[in-house]
Design a protein. Structure first.
Length: 120
């Protein structure tokens, strides 16, 4: 049962949950809340690390790198909107949220693909 070992979800479902949590933490942080984005970012890290570690057990070199990049972009986006001096406009927040979402989507598309190495 290695496909659904942690949290009872498949790896791609974990990536989807991480995308939802990352987007939610960035948008709630941009609207002036503090505790909710921090909790969402912590949950996103837990789910994202679980998804990356499960799919990175294979010989795939790209998956762990994409997982680390997606987690880093998500946390940095949340930190940026939490430390901004004013409430950010929706367009700027959407651009900030799009970067980690695209990184998580690329991780989800790369997962489970046979032969996904650093040269592919």
């Amino acid at each position: 049962m290695p496909e659904t070992a942690m949290f009872g979800m498949s790896s791609r479902l974990k990536v989807f949950v991480a995308v939802c949590l990352a987007t939610g933490s960035i948008f709630t942080g941009a609207n002036g809340l503090t505790i909710v984005p921090l909790l969402a970012a912590a949950a996103m890290l837990a789910v994202g690390i679980a998804a990356t570690s499960e799919s990175g057990r294979d010989a795939q070199l790209v998956v762990p790198v994409l997982g680390i990049m997606a987690s880093t972009f998500s946390v940095m986006g949340t930190a940026f909107v939490l430390t901004s001096n004013s409430i950010l406009p929706f367009g700027a927040t959407a651009v900030i949220a799009a970067v980690p979402v695209l990184a998580w989507i690329s991780l989800g598309l790369t997962m489970g693909r046979p032969g996904a190495t650093a040269t592919a």
